[in-house]
Write a protein of this length. Structure first.
Length: 129
Protein backbone atom coordinates (compact mmCIF):
# COMPACT_ATOMS: atom_id res chain seq x y z
CA UNK A 1 0.00 0.00 0.00
CA UNK A 2 1.34 3.42 -0.92
CA UNK A 3 0.99 6.31 1.51
CA UNK A 4 -1.12 8.53 -0.74
CA UNK A 5 -1.68 11.59 1.42
CA UNK A 6 -0.68 11.52 5.07
CA UNK A 7 -0.44 9.49 8.26
CA UNK A 8 -4.23 9.16 8.53
CA UNK A 9 -4.21 7.05 5.37
CA UNK A 10 -1.75 4.60 6.96
CA UNK A 11 -3.47 4.51 10.36
CA UNK A 12 -6.90 3.99 8.76
CA UNK A 13 -5.47 1.07 6.77
CA UNK A 14 -4.05 -0.50 9.94
CA UNK A 15 -7.39 -0.04 11.72
CA UNK A 16 -9.20 -1.69 8.80
CA UNK A 17 -6.81 -4.67 8.61
CA UNK A 18 -6.42 -5.40 12.32
CA UNK A 19 -9.24 -3.66 14.18
CA UNK A 20 -8.96 -5.85 17.27
CA UNK A 21 -5.22 -5.45 17.76
CA UNK A 22 -3.99 -3.15 20.51
CA UNK A 23 -3.09 0.32 19.22
CA UNK A 24 -2.40 2.21 22.46
CA UNK A 25 -1.29 1.09 25.93
CA UNK A 26 -1.03 3.48 28.86
CA UNK A 27 -0.74 1.79 32.23
CA UNK A 28 -3.71 -0.55 32.52
CA UNK A 29 -5.57 1.11 29.66
CA UNK A 30 -5.54 -0.57 26.26
CA UNK A 31 -7.24 0.81 23.18
CA UNK A 32 -7.90 -1.24 20.06
CA UNK A 33 -7.36 0.15 16.56
CA UNK A 34 -11.13 -0.01 15.94
CA UNK A 35 -11.79 2.25 18.93
CA UNK A 36 -8.92 4.63 18.19
CA UNK A 37 -10.16 5.08 14.63
CA UNK A 38 -13.79 5.57 15.70
CA UNK A 39 -12.91 8.10 18.40
CA UNK A 40 -10.59 10.00 16.05
CA UNK A 41 -13.31 10.03 13.38
CA UNK A 42 -15.80 11.63 15.81
CA UNK A 43 -13.26 14.25 16.80
CA UNK A 44 -12.33 14.85 13.14
CA UNK A 45 -16.01 15.47 12.37
CA UNK A 46 -16.16 18.04 15.19
CA UNK A 47 -12.99 19.75 13.93
CA UNK A 48 -14.35 19.84 10.40
CA UNK A 49 -17.69 21.22 11.58
CA UNK A 50 -15.78 24.14 13.10
CA UNK A 51 -13.80 24.91 9.96
CA UNK A 52 -10.58 23.01 10.68
CA UNK A 53 -9.29 21.36 7.53
CA UNK A 54 -6.46 20.89 5.07
CA UNK A 55 -3.50 23.11 5.77
CA UNK A 56 -4.67 24.24 9.21
CA UNK A 57 -2.58 23.75 12.33
CA UNK A 58 -4.01 22.22 15.49
CA UNK A 59 -2.09 23.15 18.63
CA UNK A 60 -2.00 20.46 21.30
CA UNK A 61 -1.33 21.32 24.92
CA UNK A 62 -1.59 18.10 26.91
CA UNK A 63 0.29 15.37 28.70
CA UNK A 64 1.09 12.06 27.00
CA UNK A 65 -2.21 10.21 27.00
CA UNK A 66 -4.47 8.28 24.63
CA UNK A 67 -6.31 11.53 23.82
CA UNK A 68 -3.07 12.93 22.42
CA UNK A 69 -3.00 10.20 19.78
CA UNK A 70 -6.73 10.55 19.17
CA UNK A 71 -6.44 14.27 18.55
CA UNK A 72 -3.37 13.79 16.34
CA UNK A 73 -5.18 11.12 14.30
CA UNK A 74 -8.24 13.40 14.07
CA UNK A 75 -6.16 16.32 12.81
CA UNK A 76 -4.55 14.06 10.22
CA UNK A 77 -8.00 12.83 9.12
CA UNK A 78 -9.02 16.39 8.21
CA UNK A 79 -5.57 16.90 6.62
CA UNK A 80 -4.46 19.42 9.23
CA UNK A 81 -1.11 19.27 10.96
CA UNK A 82 -0.38 19.29 14.67
CA UNK A 83 1.76 21.68 16.69
CA UNK A 84 2.88 20.44 20.08
CA UNK A 85 2.87 23.06 22.81
CA UNK A 86 4.91 22.22 25.90
CA UNK A 87 2.56 21.78 28.85
CA UNK A 88 5.14 23.45 31.09
CA UNK A 89 4.76 26.77 29.28
CA UNK A 90 2.98 29.56 31.11
CA UNK A 91 0.52 31.74 29.16
CA UNK A 92 3.06 34.48 28.33
CA UNK A 93 5.43 31.87 26.86
CA UNK A 94 2.72 30.45 24.65
CA UNK A 95 1.65 33.88 23.43
CA UNK A 96 5.08 35.52 23.11
CA UNK A 97 7.36 33.32 20.99
CA UNK A 98 10.52 35.25 20.01
CA UNK A 99 11.43 34.85 16.37
CA UNK A 100 8.08 33.35 15.42
CA UNK A 101 4.87 34.78 14.05
CA UNK A 102 2.31 35.58 16.72
CA UNK A 103 -0.70 33.32 17.04
CA UNK A 104 -3.45 34.76 14.92
CA UNK A 105 -6.36 32.88 16.42
CA UNK A 106 -7.38 30.28 18.94
CA UNK A 107 -10.14 28.57 17.04
CA UNK A 108 -11.45 25.77 19.23
CA UNK A 109 -11.01 24.12 22.58
CA UNK A 110 -12.06 20.49 22.69
CA UNK A 111 -13.34 18.67 25.74
CA UNK A 112 -12.81 14.93 25.25
CA UNK A 113 -15.34 13.88 27.90
CA UNK A 114 -17.99 11.61 26.45
CA UNK A 115 -15.92 10.43 23.51
CA UNK A 116 -15.09 7.14 25.25
CA UNK A 117 -18.76 6.23 25.43
CA UNK A 118 -19.42 7.05 21.80
CA UNK A 119 -20.47 10.63 22.39
CA UNK A 120 -19.42 13.62 20.35
CA UNK A 121 -16.60 15.79 21.69
CA UNK A 122 -17.68 19.11 23.17
CA UNK A 123 -16.15 21.82 21.00
CA UNK A 124 -16.00 25.37 22.30
CA UNK A 125 -15.23 28.09 19.77
CA UNK A 126 -12.88 30.61 21.35
CA UNK A 127 -12.19 34.12 20.10
CA UNK A 128 -8.60 35.40 20.09
CA UNK A 129 -7.52 36.96 23.37
Amino acid sequence: MALSENWATLWEAIAARQPDHVAVVLGDVEMRWRDLDARAARLAAALSAHGIGAGDKVAQLMYNCPEYLESTFAAFKVRASTVNVNYRYRPPEVLDRPGEKPWTTFRVRIQMRGVATGGTPDVVVAAPA
